[in-house]
Write a protein that binds this ligand. Structure first.
Ligand SMILES: NC(=O)c1ccc[n+]([C@@H]2O[C@H](COP(=O)([O-])OP(=O)(O)OC[C@H]3O[C@@H](n4cnc5c(N)ncnc54)[C@H](O)[C@@H]3O)[C@@H](O)[C@H]2O)c1
Length: 358
């Protein structure tokens, strides 16, 4: 496989997608001989399954490891947890040559990236994603974030890692519903960028047990790398990656982050956004039905009835963040997307009816 590169001049980096790559982690460090210590941030269960080998591998090369274990769940993306990590780093004499390793899903990746971007005005960090969602999405592109005052990712930065090391073997221990969440994001990439990928997914999702994860991960990483290379700061093009996210985020807030996983919420959001794209004549019925059929193959949780006004309340919060304009991502033919500021509240409300058919 050719390397996947996020090409950002001096901040360029490689995404390695390779079975067994976690065992080779020290090989990817060759350029960084002056390392004070590694700050390995993870969750307990991930450390047990995968982290101890990585840790002992580095220790056998005489590196000092500062291990920091976070509780599971989105609540860890919190200032108190941030405070605890920074305190431990200071107590462990970390300095500008310390290197953070984010070993986990999007939660670990987001807070670790923010720690790396802010500790002593920025230190190096590696993303070692362990969930499907983080392998295809959150570990790439440098978005870091914390939640504050019940607002998701309201504190954060765009700060690129030194490298992203993806080892698809780590998925062996990932719970099934976390895989389903990641599959939602995979479908997103195909819907916005790659019609031929849609046709493949149509086949692949029929038997999720034998889904070719490595091939799909590579494909998504390439798409994300290309988009981030063109628009790192999400001024225009990168926004298409938010397909399904406007309604998806509102559903996450409405149902609570414990009930609905990110990729599951995005899957429901994509159904509504596809419906609006159909009503506006941007996709035809055949394209709409194909996308809905693919999403419906995922064993998504059953949604109880939503209160449309409350969903609109959350969507309007997003709107306030965009200077009063909602940047809504629509399909422009299946396999292409565009950003529209011309989606009305009524269209959104009507699209929510799609959810009652799920
Ligand atoms: N930065 C970005 O660009 C971006 C993009 C999308 C989502 N996100 C963020 O990502 C977060 C969601 O991330 P997620 O879906 O990866 O969930 P997560 O990080 O909460 O992980 C889900 C669960 O899987 C467990 N787990 C992870 N890897 C495992 C493995 N290999 N084996 C066994 N268990 C494993 C974790 O312990 C956790 O309980 C949200 O906070 C969201 O806001 C960020």
């Amino acid at each position: 496989m050719n390397d996947i590169v996020v090409d950002l001049d001096l901040r360029s980096y490689k995404i390695v997608v390779k079975s067994g790559s976690i065992k080779l982690f020290p090989d990817y460090l060759k350029l960084h001989d002056n390392i004070k210590n590694f700050v390995l941030i993870s969750h307990d269960s991930i450390m047990k399954h995968h982290g101890f080998n990585l840790k002992s591998n580095l220790e056998s090369l005489s590196y000092e490891i500062v291990e920091i274990i976070l509780p599971d769940g989105d609540d860890s993306k919190d200032l108190k947890v941030y405070n605890r990590i920074i305190t431990k780093m200071i107590e462990s004499n970390c300095d500008r040559t310390s290197v953070v390793i984010a070993l986990g899903g999007g939660v670990v990746g987001d807070i670790s990236g923010f720690v790396a971007s802010s500790f002593m005005r920025g230190i190096k960090y590696y993303q070692v994603p362990t969930t499907l969602l983080s392998m295809v999405d959150s570990s790439i592109g440098g978005k870091t974030g914390l939640n504050f005052s019940r607002k998701k990712n309201i504190i954060g930065s765009i700060y690129q890692p030194v490298s992203v090391i993806v080892d698809p073997d780590l998925l062996d221990t990932l719970p099934f519903n976390e895989k389903v969440s990641g599959l939602g994001e995979i479908i997103k990439y195909a819907a916005i960028n790659d019609r031929s990928f849609i046709n493949k997914l149509h086949e692949w999702v029929k038997d999720i047990e034998s889904f070719p994860y490595t091939e799909a991960i590579e494909r998504c990483c390439r798409i994300k790398a290309e988009i981030v290379t063109k628009d790192e700061k999400e001024i225009d093009l990168r926004r298409v990656l938010n397909f399904g996210h406007t309604i998806g985020h509102a559903l996450e807030s409405y149902f609570g982050f414990r009930k609905l996983r990110h990729g599951e919420a995005v899957s429901f959001g994509m159904m509504c956004s596809a419906w609006i794209s159909l009503k506006k004549g941007f996709i035809d019925t055949e394209e709409y039905n194909l996308l809905i059929e693919i999403i419906n193959q995922l064993p998504l949780p059953k949604l109880s009835k939503v209160d449309p006004d409350k969903i609109m309340h959350y969507i309007n919060f997003d709107k306030k963040n965009e200077n009063g304009k909602l940047n809504f991502v629509l399909l422009d033919g299946l396999g292409k997307a565009k950003v529209s500021q011309d989606v009305s509240s009524l269209e959104i409300l009507e699209s929510l009816k799609v959810l009652s058919e799920c």
